[in-house]
Design a protein around this ligand. Sequence first.
Ligand code: PLP
Length: 385
Amino acid sequence: MGSYTHFESALIHGGIYGDRQTGAVNTPIFQTATYEQDGLGRNRGWEYSRTGNPTRAALEALIAELEGGARGFAFASGMAAITAVLHLFQSGDKIVIPGNVYGGTFRVLDRVFRQFGLSAVIADTTDPAAFQDALTDDVKAVLIESPANPLLTVTDIRALSEITRQKGLLLIVDNTFLTPYLQRPLELGADSVVHSATKYLGGHSDLIAGLVVVNTQETAERLQFIQNATGGILQPFDSFLLIRSIKTLGVRMDAHVRNAEQVARLLAGHAAVGKVYYPGLPDAQGYEVNRRQAKNGGAMISFELTGDCDCRRFFTGLKLIALAESLGGVESLACHPASMTHAAIPKKIRERAGITDGLIRISVGLEHIDDLKADLIQAIEGARM
Ligand SMILES: *Cc1c(COP(=O)(O)O)cnc(C)c1O
């Protein structure tokens, strides 16, 4: 932190600001693979861009500062970031995840890491008793999202961290849905934060990126080794784009949340809408916990239509809101978790977690609220049979 004390200023001035050599107010894009060395064993701090690149380093310093961690790391995607973190563990270790974890996180554990002896154990992290039962001796970490995809389930990060700390487990929080502007898991006791920066941090649906922040130098050194050894790094241009996007994170999130709160109220009051999942609604699961640990409920909303509606017709009826994977961009998106984001999770496990075939998820964008409301209302009316 320099000459500022507020988070909004850190978004703009944090990390390594601008370019000292030229005075450029923006971080230059160091589009280079390698660096000339001054002599054998003598370089200027940079050797090869898989190992380190100044543009990526500026982004990594920025996210570390924003999350309040020791070091940050930038990867080519959220999944590359999560994969790098999972490389901290060994064959025989187990990772506890909730049943409604991001589909790709479940898939990489179940289909890739399991082949190497690292496996996932599913437990309800919102229920301390069920969670404690899952903590056998071979469990080495807990990986959660709060609010979790797609039912916006809130987990008490501080309460969970007290248990993981006592047992010597790593608590990893996927903070994609709220970003450090709305929630800072390391301050709540987590050990590591992961992001799909493709979402709100990027914010414009124009890049794929992932970030990790860890809270100790020791874990940072191990992760730096893994990042260089496995090589799933973020490119200089994409690092620049992400730095550029993060500068407006605060104003974007405020506007996303303003729209989302109105959409949630509209859905909750609509006769053709059944359950509404939004942590910003006072009767939502985890409302109080979320209020304690986050600034607000974010801008993701899931809901079900009543039995006399066809959710397929809802999706084809949307005119402004696009049917698409992903979230967190300026444009509003609707998705069908059962067949899209969570299709990798077996139907049985999915339904047990409450992800029904009629569930609809909305990423509320920055269009005018009246246009969003009108599109939702006409699509819901058209879904009535
Ligand atoms: C999208 C997403 C990921 C995966 O990130 P990619 O950038 O798509 O690889 C991980 N976790 C959550 C919560 C996500 O929404």
